[in-house]
Design a protein around this ligand. Structure first.
Ligand code: K7E
Ligand code: CUA
Length: 669
């Protein structure tokens, strides 16, 4: 007779085993009473023994395994780093669901190979020239009242100061904007609590509008510049005409976070290089790494964006390259810009769920510094503040600080759960620190407020940390993910360039110890930040809502055809226009004949309504490649400069006769 036990009993056995020293996993002797969740076969223990799995390993497997056909409760949107893309990952299974093409052409999605993706990528041109990659850092899901609403996600390109808009109805990029006055960014994207603005904070100071100025004019000519891109939710687009920028001193503004709830209307950014070092190690000056870390403190930037928006309304701006800019002096006079000192090379500024506190990590300090929004506003009201070198009022640290919490070496970023705990990445310690919040969070957990309660080693050099909705007004708990920069000994050797390591961490129900559950190699770039949303908040299309759908405009395309009978070719002088239908398993027409030099406009409409019945369209020799999901229409336009006999064929294995889905494109010399 087969020995069986319920999953619950199995978990109990495993958990008991986990508490003790490494032990062998034994098949339990109880039989019967298999619950509706099914039974665990006795040979599970044999598998564990054969594979050398510890009780902890088996627990981790049970927590992360996703049976075929079941879907994850959480979805992570991760930066795709230097790949310029965005990753979509199921949590806790850690399965990659999609790589969304953003700043870099991507063939599977037909993005940047002749179709509408080309138009979107054009928005990202720098000075009229293609820049076909990006260094993506911080995804920002759109929010309503400080919580994710599942409608859009934004991401920045640090290398070129660009921001992209992805529509979550079809998980594809709709817009890229180039910052007209900044050449790099970092403190973005972050959204204000109702996605009124997408914040793009600056990084390395440079003259506004990418002008030239020698480095000995750094203090006068170089500036920081924070951008507030106005978001039109109905159109799903950033609107430059309603956006604005604020000129800042040339300290290197870093990460930002928007206030929410009690601090709605404010944005907080950390900064480094208040020293205004300009490098020059080659001419005997201190290198940047020394020059930028001389001072004991830098400045937390405290910006009242609602006041800034009113200042723009009142016309107290200067137009620079088509963007309204609030000059630094105006920002100071209007009382919308303040500083407060931050200890030792800060990184990360993370607002607590209710908006009461801002937690700043100090890369060279074992503490995180917790600022109180109440104290900040009281200090501003009291007035009489000293000024920095540029005249910005500075709130003394002791007037703004709630407390400091000693966590360990290299605290960077902080996220939150639903039980009053904060989780901070410790880069130098390679650890996740869990600590208790105070104030209104103190009665959510049993420990003393503002105290470190556990440090979990991770592998290795953790940068960002993500938690389920852990940067919103309504954190979800259950898991955090360590975004580790180094993986060293975690995976099979694939040569000197190693994958990054995303480690899934079980944070339990509050009092339990954190545990690493799963290592996920990211072998395509170095992601920075990620956000995790409850899957139930996402409501994407299954197929495009109507035949002839233009996915860029999110509307029916007037050039679409909706029946095969409408397929045709029309010639007008040297202009040839093709209306092509695409349905299993043929294109119509199957022969397109033009003359060398003709201008070709080619509309392709998928007539499919079946889910997952995607067709491709690859035109040999012309660098054209499209993805035609059910209902989608795409248009390509080109000059037939290369004479010869070409084929176009379907690149998705759509049916048994997929190989027969092709046509001839004849370009007569
Ligand atoms: Cu890598 Cu947020 Cu760009 Cu910190 S940043 S790690
Ligand atoms: Cu259509 Cu293969």
């Amino acid at each position: 007779m087969k020995k069986v036990l319920t999953l619950v009993a199995a978990a109990a056995v495993l958990l008991a085993a986990c508490q003790s020293e490494p032990a062998k996993i034994v098949a339990p002797t109880t039989t019967g009473a298999a619950g509706s969740t099914g039974a665990l076969p006795s040979d599970a223990a044999a598998v564990a023994t054969e594979r050398g799995l510890s009780p902890d390993d088996v627990y981790a497997a049970l927590k992360t395994y996703m049976p075929s056909g079941k879907t994850d409760p959480y979805i992570m949107f991760s930066s795709g780093g230097q790949a310029g893309q965005m990753l979509v990952i199921g949590v806790p299974s850690m399965r990659i669901l999609k790589e969304i093409a953003v700043f870099t052409p991507e063939p599977w999605q037909g993005y940047g190979f002749g179709g509408s993706g080309n138009k979107i990528l054009e928005g990202g041109k720098v000075d009229g020239k293609d820049v076909l990659w990006g260094d993506t850092h911080h995804p920002a899901l759109s929010e309503t009242d400080g919580s994710y609403d599942g409608q859009f996600v934004f991401i920045n390109d640090k290398a070129n100061a660009r921001v992209a808009v992805i529509d979550l109805r079809d998980f594809s990029t709709k817009q890229i904007v180039k910052n007209p006055n900044a050449i790099n960014d970092h403190g973005g994207s972050f959204v204000t609590p109702n996605s009124e603005y997408v914040v793009e904070g600056p990084q390395y100071a440079s003259p506004i509008g990418w002008k030239y100025a020698p480095l000995d004019q750094y203090k006068d000519q170089y500036r920081g510049l924070i951008t507030f891109w106005a978001f039109d939710r109905t159109k799903g687009r950033l609107d430059t005409s309603k956006s604005f920028q604020i000129e800042l001193p040339p300290y290197w503004q870093d990460l930002c976070d928007a206030g929410k709830k009690v601090s709605d209307g404010w944005v907080f950014c950390n900064s480094f290089n208040s020293e205004m070092a300009t490098g020059g190690v080659e001419s005997g000056k201190p290198p940047f790494e020394a020059g930028t870390t001389k001072n004991d403190t830098d400045y937390l930037h405290i910006i009242n964006w609602k006041k800034a928006a009113a200042t723009v309304q009142a016309g107290k701006t200067e137009m620079i390259n088509g963007m309204a800019v609030i000059r630094m002096k105006t920002a100071i006079d209007e009382g919308l810009l303040y500083f407060s000192p931050e200890p030792k090379s800060p990184h990360g500024a993370d607002v607590t769920p209710g908006g009461e506190f801002i937690v700043v990590g100090g890369k060279l300090d074992p503490h995180v510094t917790v600022y109180s929004f109440d104290k900040i506003t009281a200090a501003i009201k009291a007035g009489g503040l000293d000024k920095d070198a540029y005249g910005v009022p500075v709130i003394p640290l002791d007037k703004a600080m709630e407390t400091q919490v000693e966590l360990g070496l290299g605290p960077l970023h902080t996220v939150y759960d639903d039980k009053g705990y904060a989780y901070t990445s410790l880069f130098l310690d390679s650890a996740v620190a869990r600590w208790t919040l105070g104030g209104p969070y103190a009665d959510k957990h049993p420990e003393k407020p503002w105290t470190l309660v556990q440090k979990l080693p991770v592998q290795y050099n953790i940068g960002h940390i993500a938690a389920v909705e852990g940067d919103t007004a309504t954190p979800g708990g259950n898991f955090v993910i360590a975004l580790n920069k180094w993986s060293l000994d975690r995976f099979a050797n694939v040569g000197p360039l190693l994958p990054q390591n995303f480690q899934l961490v079980d944070i339990g129900k509050g009092g339990d110890q954190m545990k690493v559950l799963y290592d996920m190699p990211i072998g395509m770039a170095e992601p920075h930040y990620a956000q995790i949303i409850k899957a139930e908040r996402l409501k994407p299309f299954e197929v495009y809502p109507a035949l002839g759908w233009d996915a860029e405009k999110m509307a029916v395309d007037p050039n679409a055809i909706t029946t095969e009978a409408q397929a045709r070719i029309e010639r007008n002088g040297t202009k040839v226009e093709v209306w092509m239908s695409v349905i299993r398993s043929h294109y119509n027409p199957e022969q397109v004949k033009v003359k060398k030099g003709d201008h070709v406009i080619w509309h392709l409409s998928s007539l499919e309504r079946t889910r997952d019945a995607t067709h491709g369209f690859a035109l040999s020799g012309y660098n054209i490649n499209l993805s035609l999901e059910p209902g989608k229409t795409e248009t390509i336009e080109f000059d037939a400069t290369l004479p010869g006999t070409f084929t176009y064929y379907c690149t998705e294995f759509c049916s048994a006769l997929h190989l027969e889905m092709l046509g001839y494109f004849l370009v007569e010399p």
